[in-house]
Design a protein around this ligand. Structure first.
Ligand code: GLA
Length: 386
């Protein structure tokens, strides 16, 4: 699979260095494509989808460079915010489809797999969802009906154009207990199960239905997720995939821990998706997890040292090694993994410029702010050539 027919790009490159004269026609000869001209999606084509999240500004800004990079380098896309309940349906009866529609169409036009993010999450969900016209909390049945309407609305609008759905996000705490969200308080401890029953009934039959969470390596959450999905499978409640967000930092979780975690989830027989990968280059200043609602910290010269955008070579190298270790582990488990999605395209797109420290210049992804590739990018591709 690493052999590629001479591609358009390779021919241009060869012309540029005088390897092929203009008069010559490219032959059908099979060549090894140089690693540095390969894209991530080409390099991983025989292993898993490689994805990135897109944001509204990429659709609203003409010729946004991240959009072009996404088309060229990724085989899956997720919309970062605009399908969340608060943005898509901020008030009863008011819907915003502009960005979602462009996103779904992009997937069709470019033949890129699309991920719907997210049907049911306690965060970025408006209060009205849980209340009746008088402001009283809904009954269990009324909330389940409202959830069903939302699933039906997306299924009707996008059908099979959206192939993968994060059905429930972050409903289990670090210690493995159910998160006491309004969903849980109103519906009860079977909220996740009910959400998957609704998704199974309303979403297209060929959609992949996923439970997604952060800190999936933590024992409490891991044990509960595994027990839950095994129980669902046993009782015929459809769930197709387990989503590990993968908001990691330079040291934690270790590659060994990731390995052990993937082994444990793979044993359920469900497909694994790494849904929101980034490596917090600057560190968390003591924060762990990815709870977007926590109080944010202030940027200082200590926690925000590279404001001019230049990272010392040694730190760039360390970052490449960290990504190499992570992707080696993914490759080891590639038979169980369907997709690895980065949260953002370039460093400039990343939420880690604003969390958990406000206003930092962070460097968590494989593409620099100017769209050029990092050492880590090439290292991740080079792994597939071994
Ligand atoms: C969580 C959510 C995402 C996004 C990221 C960071 O993990 O699942 O939708 O909000 O945090 O931005």
């Amino acid at each position: 699979m690493n052999k590629h027919k001479i591609s358009h790009l390779a021919v241009i490159a060869m012309l540029a260095v005088g390897v092929v004269s203009c008069a010559e026609k490219p032959t059908e000869q099979v060549i090894e494509k140089p690693v540095n001209t390969m894209t991530l999606k080409e390099a991983y084509a025989d292993k898993f989808l490689i994805g990135a999240t897109l944001g509204a500004s990429m659709f609203n800004t003409p010729n946004h460079p991240s959009l072009a990079l996404a088309k060229e380098n990724f085989s899956a896309i997720t919309l970062d915010n605009d399908m969340k309940w608060a943005l898509n349906n901020p008030l009863p009866g008011k819907y915003n489809f502009e960005i979602g529609d462009q996103f779904a169409q992009l997937g069709v036009d470019e033949n890129i797999s699309t991920v719907g993010h997210v049907l049911f999450w306690h965060s970025q969900t408006p209060d009205w969802v849980f209340k009746d016209d008088e402001g009283n909390l809904l009954t269990r049945d009324a909330l389940l009906e409202r959830m069903r309407e939302r699933a039906k609305m997306f299924a009707t609008r996008y059908g099979s154009r959206i192939k993968i759905w994060d059905v429930v996000n972050e409903a289990i705490e670090d210690d493995g207990t159910w998160r006491k969200s309004l969903y849980n308080q109103i519906i009860g401890d079977d909220f996740i199960e009910q959400a998957f029953i609704i998704a199974d009934q309303e979403m297209p039959k060929d959609a992949t239905l996923i439970y997604n969470d952060y800190g999936m390596d933590r024992k409490g959450r891991r044990d509960t997720v595994i027990t839950m999905v095994n129980d669902f499978v046993k009782r015929g409640v459809r769930i197709d995939g387990i989503g590990l967000q993968g908001h990691w930092d330079m040291d934690i979780p270790t590659a060994e821990k990731i390995d052990e975690t993937l082994t444990a989830y793979a044993a359920t027989g469900l497909r694994l998706h790494i849904t929101e990968l980034d490596v917090d280059f600057l560190g968390r200043d003591g924060m762990t997890g990815a709870d977007v609602d926590i109080q944010k910290l202030i940027a200082t010269p200590e926690n925000n040292p590279y404001t001019d955008g230049n990272v010392p070579a040694a730190a760039e190298e360390k970052f490449a090694v960290r990504y190499t270790d992570i992707f080696k582990t993914f490759i080891k488990h590639h038979k169980s993994i369907d997709r690895v999605t980065f949260w953002g395209v370039t460093d400039g797109d990343s939420w880690l410029n604003g969390w958990p420290v406000v206003g930092r210049t962070n460097f968590p992804l494989l593409f620099k702010r100017d769209g050029s590739t990092k050492k880590a990018h090439d290292a991740v591709i080079a792994l597939t050539q071994k």
